[in-house]
Design a protein around this ligand. Structure first.
Ligand SMILES: *Cc1c(COP(=O)(O)O)cnc(C)c1O
Length: 417
């Protein structure tokens, strides 16, 4: 016990931090998940954030330089940093409603009497941890959908736009979260809005293609600083200058609730700069080495079908797809995923298609030792399922419900017993 007035010295070193809080170490083979801390923040971003944390700076001035960095790296006219991609979407929607009227910015999300409809296709109504529609509604918008969950057409969009004079913007999502077939392309979507001089807001949170707005003439795009860029937590807005300025000025209104600090602004700027300098070929080679290792180590495992799959939205990521045959592996894919999280370090795999007995391993956030541990533990879980014959006990519905019950058990349920 520490004596009164004599606090033990805090140890904020990597291991000390985890030991003192009894935090569970994680090996992240799932990808850049915001809920797992997204990515390893690169040295450039951390150094810039640490240096800035000790200084005073005019945020408007700093953001004006962020604007320049973003313009250089994305080819867009302007940009700024906000707290995350979801915030960037809300601010873009807000800007589409208020234009440059400062008083209207203060009035949001009350949009009484204002044009405030935002149009999106039903297939883009995604949940990235929170529903995207809510990001629009937070700014006071009403979301109008066209098309169906896996199918949408330009004629539906044209009809909606033709019959709704109070549309202020289109909202588009580029992501693995959406169906990849049957929907209206960004090119067609942008054209329909451009003809009416209406902006399109694009959620590109996890997409590597920084220059898409330049190529397609899109008005407003948002990227996460903390995902593939390996920056500190933030959202990077890039787009046309007038709309970007209006979105930035929302910081005097709803944007205040999505504030980013000086360290987050400079951290995102440094991550962008570092991205331009990075040796992407070396990254790809390191990831390929991990994939080869997994293929070799898991190739002989009974009941696992392996396949290398390219990323569905064209990001330069290859993942190992593992199809579990429960008849041979003697457990379901979700039981495998669940059991990989039981021991420390917890291993998180990508569960996008888990209902179909498929897990994906993503190499991006791993070093070679962690990758070896992932393979070793998968083999171990399979071996134990065979020895104990305790697999195929939990149905998928039950697995899904257990996940939601765990959420409701916060905070106690998330601490070591
Ligand atoms: C991760 C993600 C988000 C959320 O990004 P944050 O920066 O964490 O708010 C939004 N949209 C998509 C498509 C995502 O993948």
């Amino acid at each position: 016990m520490a004596q009164a007035g004599k606090k033990p010295k805090m140890d904020f070193s990597g291991k000390g931090l985890f030991d003192r809080l009894e935090l569970t170490p994680i090996i992240n083979a799932s990808g850049t998940m915001t809920s797992l801390g997204a990515s390893r923040v690169n040295g450039e971003a951390m150094a810039a954030a640490a240096a800035m944390s000790q200084r005073f700076v005019s945020i408007d001035e700093l953001q004006s330089h962020a604007c320049g960095t973003i313009a250089r790296c994305t080819g867009s006219e302007a940009g700024f940093i906000t707290s995350c991609t979801a915030a960037g979407v809300s601010l873009g929607v807000a800007a589409s409603i208020t234009g440059s009227d400062l008083h209207l910015m203060e009035r949001l999300p009350d949009t009484t009497g204002l044009a405030s409809k935002v149009v999106m296709q039903a297939g883009h109504s995604v949940n990235y941890g929170a529903p995207i529609e809510q990001a629009a509604r937070l700014a006071g918008a009403e979301v109008v959908m066209f098309g169906y969950s896996t199918e949408a057409n330009v004629y539906q969009l044209e009809s909606i736009l033709g019959h709704n004079p109070d549309v202020v913007a289109g909202l588009y999502v580029v992501s693995h979260h959406t169906p990849q077939e049957g929907l209206v392309s960004l090119g067609d979507f942008a054209k329909a809005f451009a003809r009416r001089k209406l902006p399109v807001i694009v959620d590109m949170a996890a997409e590597y293609d920084l220059r898409i707005s330049e190529r397609l003439g899109v008005d407003y795009t948002v990227y996460s600083s903390h995902k593939f860029l390996g920056g500190t937590t933030g959202g990077i807005v890039a787009g046309k200058k007038d709309l970007v300025r209006s979105a930035y000025l929302q910081n005097h209104g709803i944007g205040r609730k999505m504030k980013i600090g000086k360290e987050g602004i400079i951290g995102a700027m440094a991550a962008l700069e570092a991205w331009m300098e990075r040796d992407h070929d070396a990254d790809a080679a390191r990831q390929q080495e991990i994939l080869n290792l997994w293929e070799k180590e898991l190739g002989q495992a009974k009941g696992l079908g392996l396949r290398m799959v390219a990323d569905c939205t064209g990001n330069p990521i290859t993942r190992l797809e593992i199809t579990v045959d429960p008849g041979l592996a003697l457990l379901h894919a979700w039981e495998l995923a669940d059991r990989l999280r039981q021991d420390a370090p917890r291993i998180h795999v990508r569960e996008q298609f888990i209902e179909n007995q498929v897990i994906l391993l993503e190499p991006c956030n791993l070093d070679i030792d962690e990758a070896k541990e992932v393979a070793r533990r998968i083999i171990e879980v399979l071996k134990q399922a065979k020895e104990k014959a305790d697999g195929r006990a939990m149905g998928f519905d039950e697995y899904k419900r257990a996940g939601h019950e765990a959420m409701m058990g916060w905070p106690e349920g998330f601490q070591k017993k």
